[in-house]
Design a protein around this ligand. Structure first.
Ligand SMILES: C[S@@+](CC[C@H](N)C(=O)[O-])C[C@H]1O[C@@H](n2cnc3c(N)ncnc32)[C@H](O)[C@@H]1O
Length: 266
């Protein structure tokens, strides 16, 4: 009987988009929370999603799978992850309910979204307040009359330390490398690396971001014309780790690292 290889992944065979999705994304949890908040706030179901910085558009594909009346638009300037996502994440019949645009997130879409999202901190690509304000302004203007815009962020003293965080992910280790932070400008360079049981490793992604704080972001959202901005903070488990449960809060908890969504309403 042929023996199964002990390890599925090595740097030579691994697919960086697949490993990214496995290690970093939780599309069902994100969308269930945001759909629940929308329904509670607006008294109806959100149907049209706009996913900014969509990459492989996993959230758009998951949104379509959640309900037959769901529609999704995704925006990303890089054709490579978008092509990967089209090949791997979607069902054959999805095309009629989804449009992926190879465009900047500040570009207009085809429909007015009920729920517009920019997750995994991708909007930190905007280094100046002027760029961020323009993006938030366009996001607000694009929404349906009762639409909602959601972004995520993290913070706490660990967030700007130059450190590596490692997590075993079943067959590979995900490494988040906070390589550089400059306090004077908040320039923030991070890498994602995957390490494998055969000792090989794959440098997969680099982000040259600006680190934005929660209060700065809330101010810019209000300046962009949103009338209400709510924070949903992740809770902590008995070990002090994030428990994946997000609750509305105002002040948050002063822990070493925290994660939150900012949800902005028109
Ligand atoms: C961190 S990935 C996000 C992947 C995925 N959406 C997620 O939530 O994990 C960031 C993506 O943003 C895209 N991107 C960067 N700047 C952009 C811009 N100005 N407009 C559209 N996409 C942009 C990159 O091509 C990349 O695919």
């Amino acid at each position: 009987m042929p023996r199964r290889p002990r390890h599925r992944y090595t740097a030579a065979t691994a697919d960086k988009y697949l490993l990214y999705q496995k290690a970093v994304q939780s599309p069902e949890a994100d969308l269930e929370l945001l759909a629940r908040v929308f329904r509670r706030e607006r008294g109806r179901r959100a149907r049209r999603l706009r996913e900014d910085f969509c990459g492989t558009a996993l959230l758009s594909a998951t949104w379509l799978a959640m309900h037959r009346e769901h529609f999704a638009e995704g925006f990303d300037i890089d054709p490579e992850p978008v092509a990967w996502g089209l090949a791997h994440n979607f069902e054959p019949g999805d095309a009629a309910r989804c449009r992926l645009h190879l465009k900047d997130v500040r570009a207009a879409g085809d429909v007015q979204p009920d729920l517009r999202i920019a997750l995994n901190f991708s909007y930190w690509v905007f280094h100046t307040r002027r760029e961020l304000l323009e993006y938030f302004l366009r996001a607000r203007q694009s929404l349906a009359a009762d639409g909602m815009f959601a972004i995520d962020l993290y913070g706490g003293p660990d967030a700007t330390e130059e450190l590596e965080e490692r997590r075993k992910c079943g067959g590979f280790t995900y490494v988040w490398d906070q390589a550089r932070f400059w306090p004077g400008t908040a320039e923030y360079t991070c890498h994602i690396r995957f390490e494998f049981p055969d000792k090989s490793s794959l440098k997969a992604f680099t982000y040259n971001w600006r680190f934005w704080s929660l209060s700065e972001l809330r101010d810019v959202l209000y300046d962009a014309g949103f009338t209400r901005v709510e924070t949903y903070f992740e809770g902590t488990d008995a070990k002090g780790e994030g428990d994946g449960e997000f609750k509305r809060g105002v002040r948050g908890e002063n822990c070493a690292a925290w994660l939150a969504y900012l949800i902005a309403f028109v």
